[in-house]
Structure formats: C-alpha cells, structure tokens
Design a protein around this ligand. Sequence first.
Ligand SMILES: [Mn+2]
Length: 319
Amino acid sequence: MTTKIDIQSTARMLLEKDNILILCHKNPDGDTLGSAAALAHALAGIGKKAYVSCHNRIPAKYDYLNIPLVEEGAEIDFVVSVDVAGINLLGDSLMEYAHKINLCIDHHGSNGEYAEYLCLKADYPAAAQLMYEVLCEMGCEITPHIADCLYTGILTDTGCFKYSSTTPLTHIIGARLMELGAQHTLLVEKFFMSKTRKAVQLERYMMNNLEYYFDDRCALLVLTREAILDIQPDPTDLDGLSSMPRDFEGVDISILIRPLREEGSYKLSIRTGETVDACAIASALGGGGHIRAAGCEVIGSIETVKKAILREVENTLCQ
Ligand SMILES: [Mn+2]
C-alpha cells in the first residue's frame, strides 16, 4: 500500500531521518542524477548522512554533480527513490531495494506506486522542480552547487525549457536557481550546444536509416547491434536521438528501437507531438512515462517488436 503525501509531509519525513540512501533509475539522465545529487548535498548540508546509488556507472558527463555514491557497508535507515516511475526501472543491481523503498519523489503520471510513501507531481516537467520545492520546504540552503544540480534536472527534462510540459512555474524556479548561482550558460552549452563526434555519427545513421509509416506521421529508427558496434557510442551520445525526428515536418510520433544487452530484447523510446499520447502507447506494451516522452522494453525478434509497436501506433492514430 502506497500512501500519497504532499511536499510538506515529504519535507518533514526527510528531516526526521538519517542514513539516507537515494536511488536513481537505470540508464540515468540529468533529472534523476541532478535531483539525487541535490537531495544528497542538501541533506549533508544539514548534518545528515546521505548517499546515492544507481544500477549503471554514472556517465562522465555528470562528474560535476559530484554525486556521493554509497560505499560498501554503509548504514542505511531510509531509502528514497527519485524520478523512478517503477521498480523495474531500478535495474538488477538495485533489485534488493525493490520492496524496501520508503519514499518515492517523482513526476511520472505512470508511477507504479511501489514505495511506502509517494510524493508525486505528475504535472511537473522534471523531478528536479519538485525537489527544489521539497528542499525549500525543508529549509535547506540551496548552495550554488545544489542550484546547478537542480537546474541540470530541469534543463534536461524540459529540453532546455522547450517541451510543452514547461510551465510558468518552471521558468520561475529556473530563474530562482539562476539567482542562487546555477550556471545557465555552462549547462546549456554542455547539454544542448555541443555534440560529440559519435553523436553526430549517430545522427548520420539516423538520416540514412529512418523509416516512415502511416502517411509519414510516424518515424521509426532501428539502431542495430551492428551500428552500435561500428559507432561505439557512449550512453549519453544517444540523448536526443529519439526525439529528433519528432521535429521533422508532419511527424507526430518518433520511435527509437535499440537492442538491450540480452539478445532478443529491445528498448523502445517514444516521443510525440501535441496530438499523440506517448505514455498510452508505451503502457500498451508494458512501459510508461510522460505524455510526450515514454518508453518500454519488449522481448522478441526485431520484426515482431516492430510489428507490435506499429500496431499500437496505428491504434492510436486511428482513434
Ligand atoms: Mn524526470
């Protein structure tokens, strides 16, 4: 049974606890890492022990967040997940916590309600926006570094304040974080105005291999194992690849299919424009996410996986 709680109760709960472990979702992004880092640093700032854990190694791109990773044998009394919509998103190495999560702080409408307590703002574009409010409610000092962590989460989950999930409040909090010392120019440059060579190679691959369906309203890219072996991208090089075709004229749905490590299993990223619910499509295949950005993992051959997702897309487009 999950009890839903508001920001005030969340803040009160965190203030009462110590030896806190903060969990991120697998294949971590700027929001789960930025929110976790901000919470860990803020808790440390008020004299508590707080650590972060993630199934994957933290990509080097996020080194500046200075995330205090949990060490072997650390005493843990309270477990918090941030930006984690479901326990399946924790990843194998964090599965031991699957049924021991005390508090979840999240912004996914599809949240699986797996934690003892859930603080959810499904209309927030980033968990970091919610984390800012929680930290303010706790009376924590938002240092320039914590402002950077939170700004990273908001920036990356809103596509640089671009996605339709961005609200006036997002800008207000963004502005406040800039006042508190968030390095806007540096972070925008880092995440939106520079591309690695491998990311550019991936874009070229996309341009050459994009498939169109349903009167070109759906663009689909299969990133093959061969292409991955050839290009050898870092996980962060894939950021943005799934949403890029959505910006092409006439495209309402953009789908990226890529193989997971286990043979015969694929990760699907779904990005949609104003008229299509990405989360509904992902949910039909056992996944979830947000209305414009969602994902799922599907088992099968590439042909059956493609058929399955295109059937769901067709259902949605024909509604
Ligand atoms: Mn998020």
